[in-house]
Design a protein. Structure first.
Length: 261
């Protein structure tokens, strides 16, 4: 940056801090980031392992967001979001890119076709702040083009001040439990999943979610630290128990149990 650009950036940062308690906080942060970064959709959201996500701010239709797609996302597609799944597996603080979390067959999934390709389009990054053992605050930036090295470098540069600012913002979010930043748990709650049927074992439930999120058999084996043959056995058993024979049928059953069938 030139000296004038640096001056303008510091001025913008000061304005963002000044709006920490304002309803326009998230929009102000987005506008500040856009002075040096190109992205097309954005979303500020709190992910929970036990409850649906809470949207704190989101881009409008003029920026490319589709309200109907967002409703589908909140209704249940978020359970297949690779960022959401990664958070549940422990990747909760810092800056993450889609390449860091997307399964090997991500572009073949119904989630990708129904939501990501139509709403985010190409690439996505997420700034994550762990609020407690259950909830994570995220600022997601979606782009129609892949982020280049300069863009990723810029985001890494702003991460040290953006994450603490996001954490402090939670003191002013009226839609979130006021105790969210102080709450603690002795155990990690179990994440909801509509195929969490009594007839399925915990491992079969995990395999079904990873399948729908785009993990190959080898990818599931790696994530769960089990053999490929064991994964295949779990697939065979859960298909038999659910009375289906294809992954498309598995997604249809998932969506029906979400009330969308």
């Amino acid at each position: 940056m030139s000296s004038l650009e640096t001056l303008a950036w510091h001025r913008g940062f000061g304005q963002a801090v000044d709006k920490l308690d304002s309803p326009s906080f998230w929009l102000g942060i987005v506008r500040l980031l856009r002075t040096s970064l190109t992205f097309h959709t954005w979303m500020a959201v709190v992910f929970s392992r036990t409850q649906p996500p809470v949207l704190l701010g989101v881009s409008g239709e003029e920026e490319g967001s589709d309200e109907r797609l967002l409703q589908d996302y909140r209704h249940g597609l978020y359970l297949l979001d690779p960022f959401y799944i990664a958070i549940g597996e422990g990747d909760r603080d810092g800056l993450y890119r889609l390449d860091d979390v997307a399964p090997d067959c991500f572009t073949d999934t119904e989630y990708y076709r129904r939501y990501f390709q139509r709403n985010v389009v190409n690439d996505e990054v997420q700034f994550n702040v762990a609020l407690d053992v259950d909830r994570t605050l995220c600022l997601s930036l979606g782009s129609q083009a892949r982020y280049n090295t300069d863009a990723i470098g810029f985001m890494a540069l702003v991460q040290p001040w953006l994450l603490p600012l996001m954490r402090q913002r939670m003191h002013f979010e009226s839609d979130i439990d006021q105790a969210v930043t102080q709450r603690s748990y002795t155990t990690t709650p179990r994440r909801p999943f509509p195929l969490d049927d009594d007839m399925l074992t915990e491992r079969e439930r995990e395999v079904s979610q990873l399948m729908l999120s785009g993990c190959s058999t080898k990818g599931i084996a790696r994530r769960l630290d089990i053999s490929i043959e064991t994964v295949r056995s779990h697939k065979k058993h859960l298909y038999h128990k659910l009375g289906i024979s294809t992954q498309s049928e598995l997604f249809a059953l998932f969506w029906t149990r979400q009330g969308k069938g």
